[in-house]
Design a protein around this ligand. Structure first.
Ligand SMILES: [Zn+2]
Ligand SMILES: [Zn+2]
Length: 260
């Protein structure tokens, strides 16, 4: 940081002190510990492949969920820090839709925490052994409209934290897909099929990749992106998101609009 930027940052901090995104407690950018603790961490039992949590009240949880068994995804595994509900949802929505780009460091930090948690989990995903990080790209027209690429920025910050290269342009959107809201699961899958293309196949071939996005909802988009990376001979694709939509059995699922 150059000295002028440092001074400017100090003045801005004085005028607008960093505060919790939800309760306003002055502290660091992001969520205070109390608010973060209100968001359920994704915990076992959960699907070994897509990471969606199972109802802990159910008898003997299976190893993988019904969807992964009937239609195995092209990604090798997916994990998220927490459920997309409560304060974590507020922070992700503020980042994604309200231009709060300053939250990128905080949210990438939560993803890095999930990477650390994997070491002690039942079906650990070897994120730390990955060769590079690839963001799930927005279509250029949506990027212009929104002003920034939220997954791209998360990938860059995570790359710094994990000290791994980031392939910002390796994966691209091929065509505009219609918004996923209001579509059936079959229509959603159809809507995104073939939407991705690998622009730099020589970079992807033989590599173990972390595919980064902010939220995992239906997984249709991530599945299609993973298919493109695997077609380009990626050795492995591990999806990593900040949050995952609460499963149907969870009370928080009722208030959710599923977007894909
Ligand atoms: Zn708070
Ligand atoms: Zn699954």
């Amino acid at each position: 940081m150059n000295p002028l930027t440092g001074v400017l940052r100090a003045v801005m901090d004085l005028l607008f002190p960093p505060a919790c995104e939800v309760c306003g407690a002055v502290g660091d950018i992001g969520l205070c510990d109390d608010c973060l603790a209100q968001t359920p961490l994704v915990q076992p039992p959960s699907c070994a492949q897509c990471g969606i949590p199972f109802d802990p009240a159910a008898a003997r949880p299976p190893q993988v969920c019904d969807l992964c068994r009937s239609d195995p995804p092209h990604f090798d595994a997916a994990r998220a820090y927490g459920l997309h509900t409560g304060p974590l949802r507020t922070a992700v929505v503020a980042y994604k839709f309200k231009g709060r780009m300053g939250l990128a460091d905080y949210l990438a930090g939560l993803m890095a925490r999930r990477v650390d948690l994997e070491a002690g989990s039942e079906w650990p995903v070897p994120y730390s052994q990955a060769d590079a990080i690839v963001p799930l790209p927005l279509h250029p027209t949506r990027r212009r409209w929104r002003g920034f690429d939220q997954a791209g920025l998360l990938a860059v910050r995570l790359g710094t934290l994990m000290q791994k290269p980031v392939g910002q342009r390796w994966l691209c959107r091929r065509r505009q897909t219609a918004p996923q809201i209001g579509l059936t699961p079959t229509q959603r899958a159809e809507n995104v099929r073939g939407a991705f293309t690998v622009a730099e196949p020589e970079q992807v071939a033989g590599k173990r990749l972390i595919l980064v996005d902010d939220v995992l909802t239906t997984g249709a988009t991530a599945r299609d992106a993973a298919r493109a990376l695997k077609s380009a001979q990626a050795a492995a694709v591990y999806l990593l998101t900040v949050s995952i939509a609460p499963p149907d059995w969870h009370p928080a699922a009722q208030h959710l609009e599923r977007q894909g």
